[in-house]
Structures are given as C-alpha cells and as structure tokens.
Design a protein around this ligand. Structure first.
Ligand SMILES: [Zn+2]
Length: 252
C-alpha cells in the first residue's frame, strides 16, 4: 500500500464531498493501491475492502482509534479508544476448509432441499442498492445479485422463493467467509451497566477523520500562505513537523 501525500489526500477529500460512502472507499483505495484495477477494487468482497481501508487508516493516522457513543438506556456519553488490531477479523477468508472460497470466489449451500451457489457482496452491489428506499427491497435485490444458482430438488428457483431459514444460513455463510465485513463492538455503560453492540463501519469512520484533517490542513495553508506568500502546493509539500514549526512562528 502506497503512502498518500497531503496533496493527494486533500484532492481525494475534495472529490469525496460529492461521493457516496462506497465511492469514497474505492477512490481512497485506488490511490493507495495502484496495482489494483478499478474493476478489481469494485469487485472486492466488502470485508476485504474494509481490511484494506483499516490498513490505509493505520498508515494515515496511526493504529489508535477514538470514537464516541451514547448509551441507549441512560443517555450517558462514552469515549471509546481501541486499536486497529482489535477490530481486525481473526480468521482470514479461505483458511477454514468448509468455508473456503473456491477459485471463482463462490460459496455453496445445501439445506432443506435447496442447493444454492452464491458470491460475497461487493461495492458494485452497494452502488446498485444506493437508490432503494426500503430495507426489504434492498435485501432481496442484494440476494438476487449475489445468488448465482438457486435450485430446489434440482429445479430452478429465484431468490424470492427461498425460505427465511435458508436466507439466514446464506447470510451466516457470507459473514464467516468475509469476517471483516461485519465488525461489532461490545460496549458496557459505566453509568448504568447497560450492554449493547455498535457496528463499526470503516469508511464512515475514516471519512469523518479525513474531513477533520482537511479542515485543519486548509486552515494551516491559509495561515502560512498569508504569512509567507507560499503557494498551496509548496505548503502541502512540507513535512508535517516542518509545517507545524512554521505555524508556531506565525502564531507567535
Ligand atoms: Zn447507560
């Protein structure tokens, strides 16, 4: 993974202002992983995409993550601190024999007379689902896209024919095969001891950080440009420590 320069990151931030989260994720990864074609990145299973995003986040801002949450029971605010390593999926896809993806990255399931061959959700699926209003429709559409073959006792069926138990089993298989795609953090409220889980979504998290970083860096460019008359590109080209040293002199 290539380190992103301040100038690159600022350009990605500017482009990302009008992008949806899945587009932001792909833009960031395209810049950091130039060996991947846009198609290859878009086809990455979402958990694998998120694993790369976590690595990128670590390169940009370090391993420590800080976030806030509100207790749903008593409303107490919590500050959470954890490391990227804490939310990395323990098992990599394909290391468990039964769950291993085959060469074409497909999975199969036989259950209650149904035989299903399917693949893992990717960014193209998110793009297709973006305009859908109801979660139920989006869920069915995602299933339709990811199911490659559906049969009941040898006869062809569609996603809409599948019983809930089979759909749940498919979702379970997907989560096992692409574990980084569903990271939940267990929280306990220090005030009322209520326990609950929050979903960690890497791109939402990283985007908030990049946005805050961009606001800060633009202000630094503004101050240094006003003080010294330097061009934006030159100021962004300074190392962070040199930029801070000049800023301290300007701020006196
Ligand atoms: Zn509480």
């Amino acid at each position: 993974m290539l380190p992103l320069s301040a100038s690159q990151l600022l350009t990605l931030w500017e482009r990302g202002l009008t992008q949806s989260p899945w587009q932001r994720a792909l833009s960031l990864l395209a810049a950091a992983l130039p060996d991947f074609t846009p198609d290859a990145l878009a086809n990455l299973p979402l958990g694998q995409r998120d694993a790369y995003l976590l690595t990128l986040r670590e390169d940009l801002f370090g391993p420590r993550l800080t976030s806030v949450a509100t207790c749903p029971s008593c409303g107490e605010g919590l500050e959470l601190t954890f490391d990227v390593a804490d939310i990395r999926a323990k098992s990599l896809p394909g290391t468990d024999g039964e769950q291993a993806l085959d060469q074409t990255r497909t999975l199969s399931l036989s259950m209650d007379g149904y035989q299903v061959i399917f693949r893992l959700p990717n960014s193209l699926d998110l793009a297709e689902l973006a305009g859908m209003r109801t979660p139920d429709r989006a869920r069915l559409r995602l299933l339709e896209r990811c199911l490659l073959t559906v049969k009941e006792n040898g006869s062809a069926r569609t996603a809409a024919n599948l019983p809930d138990a089979v759909i749940d089993a498919i979702a379970g298989r997907m989560a096992l095969a692409d574990p980084q795609g569903d990271v939940q953090i267990a929280l306990t409220c220090p005030n009322c001891t209520h326990q609950w889980q929050v979903v960690f979504d890497p791109i939402s998290f990283i985007w908030i950080e990049i946005n805050a970083w961009a606001q800060r860096i633009l202000r630094e460019v503004h101050l240094l440009a006003c003080a010294y008359g330097w061009r934006e590109a030159d100021i962004l080209g300074l190392s962070p420590s040199r930029r801070q040293a000049y800023l301290q002199m300007v701020m006196g």
